[in-house]
Design a binder for this molecule. Structure first.
Ligand SMILES: Nc1ncnc2c1ncn2[C@@H]1O[C@H](COP(=O)(O)OP(=O)(O)OP(=O)(O)O)[C@@H](O)[C@H]1O
Ligand SMILES: [Mg+2]
Length: 505
């Protein structure tokens, strides 16, 4: 399909050029004289550690933030900054991490959000929606269906469809696969490739090197707000990219220092059922063990864990913690006795966007920082400084507000907070989503350390290499049922996926 490049493309072969773009926030230089070029037919990966400045570039291109200095050249014309409206007119479409879907409205209304006139012929709107959906291979989505009924992956597809319906020439995706299953990821990547082949440029932000090297043509590495390199994929290896991002070589990515023997049983779940969600789920966890939970999104893993810690009720079954059977688990009891659950959704997990770092860190750590009911300001500051250093958090200072932190930094703080509670059993739901490679390794090291001290860990993760690399045993769920349990030495990507999808006999 012909796009809106005009003749300029032929002359200069550049769609967008960032020229010495700087963005300063109080206390932080988020971008420091960054320059690079996006050409047509380019899937351009933007990679870098948490806080490196990736989302800031996206906000600038989407017109949400203005550069402090520098120039944006779009199709040969110079701009000091863009507004959201101008950005859209120039053919830029941003798909943010937080999806912009109105759940009450139909798929078609979402697709043409802001484009549907007041008096419309609905049948023609549905027809147009159907055509676009079909073009993107989304035949199974009904345009009349409320968008809230769709899976996250489908909602994301609707956002892409929206961009396509507006003839966007640059599509920007900020960590698009972080909530997708392996299968959904594959579908998305192939769709992006076909859009690229039709002439759309794509900026792709991801912490997953495998994806980056799978689909990208060009890779730009940012570190601490500086552009380190911008190269064709063929001229750089993934090891080199990681080294440039982190500033040092990163080896032996998933290391599990498996203990010779696990300790006593800490948690036993027997025949747990929550009707409509999961059925007859049984598993046990010993001290010092990492038990992986694999399965497609929607297989019931999160629902099981929520019931175990008392966030949801269950219909029948038994939860035994530390040798005693819990009649009805409650959140308060779980936290008190050291059964800590870290949910996947960081917004609901109390990252207080208006509070500063110290208050965010200490909000659930009162036990650590108060003596006889008095909260010590000095202790809260020390503990926070400690956490900032241990996790190498990149921020303007302890006064920075939660909402001003990069996505990955928020995630790190939530994890650090949970670890500081010194749990007996720690249930982690997608703990490294949005976390950069260097920090991931740091987290894996901490998890190993925790198990050496006798903590039992349950790890829910959709990143197969992560589950395979870290777990001593893997429970696989499908559609609310446990469909298999694999020992570390039996588990391979193939054997886990076969169980999760249900091809195996
Ligand atoms: N509104 C703001 N006020 C102050 N500082 C901010 C604001 N927005 C971003 N920053 C800071 O700018 C830096 C770059 O953040 P950015 O969100 O671009 O990182 P990122 O590369 O997207 O990281 P991640 O991989 O964690 O998403 C960070 O240090 C962040 O704290
Ligand atoms: Mg970001």
């Amino acid at each position: 399909m012909l796009r809106l490049w005009g003749e300029y493309e032929l002359e200069k072969n550049a769609f967008i050029q960032l020229d010495n773009v700087t963005k300063e926030y109080p206390g932080v230089v988020a971008l420091n004289k960054v320059s690079f070029t996006i050409t047509p037919n380019d899937i351009h990966a933007l990679v870098g550690e948490n806080g490196a400045g990736k989302s800031t570039i996206i906000k600038i291109l989407g017109g949400l933030e203005r550069p402090s200095s520098g120039t944006l050249r779009v199709r040969g014309k110079d701009y000091k900054y863009l507004t959201p409206k101008l950005s859209q007119e120039l053919g830029i479409a941003v798909i943010h991490q937080e999806l912009m879907i109105l759940p009450e409205l139909s798929v078609a209304e979402n697709l043409f959000l802001g484009q549907v006139p007041r008096f419309v012929n609905w049948s023609s709107v549905y027809e147009r929606a159907q055509t676009i959906l079909r073009r993107l291979g989304l035949d199974d989505i009904n345009p009349k269906q409320p968008a809230g009924e769709l899976t996250v992956a489908q909602q994301q597809m609707i956002e892409i469809a929206r961009a396509v319906s507006r003839n966007a020439s640059l599509l920007i995706l900020d960590e698009p696969t972080s909530s997708l299953t392996a299968v959904e990821t594959e579908v998305l990547l192939r769709l992006l490739e076909s859009l690229r082949d039709e002439g759309t440029s794509i900026i792709y932000v991801s912490h997953r090197m495998k994806e980056v090297f799978d689909i990208c043509n060009t890779i730009t590495v940012l570190r601490d707000g500086n552009m380190i390199t911008s190269k064709s994929k063929d001229d750089i290896s993934s090891g080199e990219v990681i080294q440039l991002m982190v500033g040092r070589p990163v080896e032996n990515f998933y290391v599990r220092n498996q203990p010779a023997r696990h300790g006593e049983e800490l948690l036993a779940v027997r025949d747990l059922t929550r009707r409509g969600y999961f059925y007859n789920v049984s598993f046990s966890l010993r001290a010092g063990e990492i038990l992986g939970f694999s399965g497609l999104i929607g297989s019931g893993r999160t629902e099981v864990m929520r019931a175990v810690v008392g966030l949801d009720k269950y219909t029948s079954g038994e939860v035994v913690f530390n040798g005693s059977t819990w009649d009805k688990p409650t959140v308060a009891r779980s936290i008190n006795e050291g059964l800590i659950y870290l949910p996947e959704d960081r917004k609901s997990e109390g990252m207080f966007t208006k509070l500063d770092i110290i208050d965010n860190i200490c909000s659930i750590l009162l036990r650590e920082v108060s003596s006889v009911g008095v909260i010590s300001r000095k202790k809260t500051r020390n503990l926070s400084e400690n956490i900032v250093e241990t996790y190498s958090l990149r921020l303007g200072g302890l006064k920075t507000k939660g909402g001003q932190l990069s996505g990955g930094t928020q995630q790190k703080i939530i994890l650090a907070r949970a670890l500081a509670l010194r749990p007996k059993v720690l249930i982690l739901d997608e703990p490294t989503r949005g976390i950069d490679v260097g920090a991931k390794q740091e987290i894996y090291r901490l998890l190993n350390q925790l198990t050496e001290m006798g903590t039992g860990i349950i790890l829910i993760s959709s990143e197969l290499p992560e589950v395979l690399g870290l777990s001593d045993r893997i429970v696989v769920m499908r559609e609310g049922y446990v469909v298999g349990e694999l020992e570390r030495n039996q588990a391979t990507e193939q054997s886990v996926m076969d169980l999760a999808i249900g091809y195996a006999v």
